[in-house]
Design a protein around this ligand. Structure first.
Ligand SMILES: Cc1cc2nc3c(=O)[nH]c(=O)nc-3n(C[C@H](O)[C@H](O)[C@H](O)COP(=O)(O)OP(=O)(O)OC[C@H]3O[C@@H](n4cnc5c(N)ncnc54)[C@H](O)[C@@H]3O)c2cc1C
Length: 393
């Protein structure tokens, strides 16, 4: 169907969902599609710990957004969006404004680094692209280091395993404010991760909220002090601060509130997905797996919206498979309550290694961003197949 008037569809941010929108995109007469991304490549988050551990090359973990745009007939603008004006339907980039009829945001999130800990030695792990640039510097230092990782969620735990495996003579400390690591996972997974971390020589400090980092000395609220070379910050994430002045309805952490069709609850010509979106009836953890799963419904809904058709809902899974890499080519599998069962977790781990992990290693060649996308699709299909047998809580 040809649209009666030409429309500008703008994608802001080259996150996982937008990479998939571009992958699925088939030209639509009368629609001008543009991606604005601050980088021309974007890392596939599921492979980042494997990259740190040294299983993959940098090129293997990155999706080439410029190439994807080229293949799908979209324009690519390498720039950073700094403001969104919903009255004039424009976005601001470095030296100009761009207008749109429909806009979609997939810009990820960043950990909140308080002023009291902000220092050149404290490195937020997001945006991942910037963190990886710092990681390149760290791994060129040829002496044993002391590295503190703050935040004991899945990202922090995976990072601790990966760094311990890569920098074998260094001391790794994992500092977490809660009494259990991996708070959104079941007891078995929490205990298994703790045992494996300790067995690997990683020092775990629970019940410690880091309140200050000064002159490379980290201090927690309990009076614990640690002198370290670097502090990697992997705590709870927030949305981009520039969204606050846009007038979009946001949640209390500056994430865009969307309905189950990924459409803003306040502005129907705005869509959002991945970490930056917060589903109004069903808040989800900030994990790449959801950004991947939202790619296809987002693609469909953007096209349907351009045609004024009814939208299709995104249905989050009741349980989803999490695989926490342990830096040795293995992973701890976690799947709702099932993850607590050793047999099921071990079976998932085995399936993961053969069906996904091994395949990633075999399939990717440096210039082949599509194989990464295929792998994302494999992962979706893989976990969806598993969820057919899911136990409903
Ligand atoms: C160490 C680590 C390991 C992780 N491992 C996993 C895992 O194994 N599985 C999992 O499910 N999740 C994992 N996560 C979480 C995962 O990284 C995020 O949930 C996921 O990347 C979110 O994807 P996204 O599409 O929302 O955005 P992102 O992947 O963050 O992409 C956003 C993109 O938008 C661009 N951008 C941002 N702001 C602007 C702007 N203003 N203008 C233009 N472009 C902009 C950024 O440069 C970036 O390219 C991990 C996180 C960390 C830190």
């Amino acid at each position: 169907m040809v649209l009666s008037t030409a429309k500008n569809l703008l994608l802001i941010g080259g996150g996982h969902s937008h990479a998939l929108v571009l992958h699925y995109w088939r030209s639509l007469p009368g629609v001008d599609l543009t991606l604005i991304s601050e980088n021309s490549t974007t890392p596939y988050s599921g492979m980042v710990p494997g990259y740190i551990a040294g299983f993959y090359d940098r090129e293997e973990c990155f999706i080439d957004l410029e190439e994807l745009c080229h293949r799908s007939g979209a324009h690519f603008i390498k720039d950073r969006v700094t403001a969104l004006d919903l009255d004039s339907q424009t976005v601001r980039i470095t030296d100009r404004s761009l207008s749109f009829d429909l806009v979609s945001l997939d810009i990820g999130s960043s950990p909140l680094v308080p002023d009291s800990v902000s220092s050149p030695w404290v490195i937020p792990v997001k945006p991942i692209g910037q963190f990886l640039a710092r990681w390149e510097e760290i791994r060129q230092i040829h002496r044993p280091l002391t590295i503190a990782i703050v935040g004991g969620g899945a990202g922090g735990v995976e990072l601790a395993f990966a760094i311990a495996s890569k920098l074998q003579n260094s001391q790794i400390h994992l500092i977490h404010q809660g009494k259990n690591l991996l708070p959104s996972h079941n007891d078995w997974v929490q205990q298994k991760a703790l045992q494996k971390l300790e067995a690997r020589g990683i020092k775990v400090h629970l019940n410690n909220a880091v309140v200050q980092v000064k002159d490379q000395i980290l201090s927690s609220h309990t009076g614990f002090h640690l002198t370290c070379d670097f502090v990697l910050w992997v705590t709870q994430a927030r949305g981009a601060s520039w969204l606050r002045s846009s007038g979009l309805t946001l949640d209390d952490r500056d994430f865009i509130l969307v309905n189950n069709c990924l459409r803003s609850v306040s502005h129907p010509f705005v869509f959002a997905s991945g970490d930056i979106a917060s589903l109004v009836n069903c808040p989800l953890p900030k994990a790449g797996v959801f950004a991947v799963r939202q790619g296809l419904p987002l693609y469909r809904n953007l096209r349907r919206s351009l045609h004024n058709q009814s939208l299709v809902p995104f249905r989050p899974p009741v349980n989803y498979l999490s695989l926490i890499g342990t830096g040795d080519g293995r992973a701890i599998a976690s799947w709702g309550r099932w993850g607590g069962r050793r047999a099921v977790a071990m079976a998932c781990q085995k399936l993961y290694r053969s069906a996904v992990y091994g395949k990633i290693r075999e399939a990717h060649t440096p210039s082949n961003c599509f194989s990464v996308l295929e792998e994302i699709r494999t992962y979706v299909a893989f976990s969806e197949t598993l969820s057919l047998f899911g136990r409903r809580d």
